[in-house]
Structure formats: structure tokens, C-alpha cells
Design a protein around this ligand. Structure first.
Ligand SMILES: [Zn+2]
Length: 50
């Protein structure tokens, strides 16, 4: 078990939590925040977890 397994966030479409290992792309926003695109395990859409 790792201590770093918190979910990325929730799918904006269906509200399900998106695990870290479903991430597709990480990028840095202009304001320095990290953004991610991930595939939702429930609705199988590419989403930005919130
Ligand atoms: Zn979803």
C-alpha cells in the first residue's frame, strides 16, 4: 500500500472518484497549477477531475 493513492478528484459528468492510475495527461496551467486529464472509470469519458 502506498500513502500516495488519493484519487485525482471526481468526474464532472457522473461524480465518481477517479483513481490516480486512470490519468492520461498531466500539464501545467499558466497559473502554475497542475492540471490532469483522466479517463473516468464509470462513464469512460476523458474528463478533468474536480
Ligand atoms: Zn464519469
Amino acid at each position: 500500500m502506498t500513502a500516495n493513492a488519493a484519487p485525482l478528484g471526481h468526474c464532472p459528468e457522473c461524480g465518481r472518484s477517479v483513481p490516480q492510475n486512470w490519468v492520461l495527461i498531466e500539464y501545467e496551467r499558466e497559473n502554475g497549477e497542475r492540471g490532469v486529464f483522466a479517463e473516468c472509470p464509470s462513464c469512460e469519458e476523458v474528463v478533468r477531475p474536480e
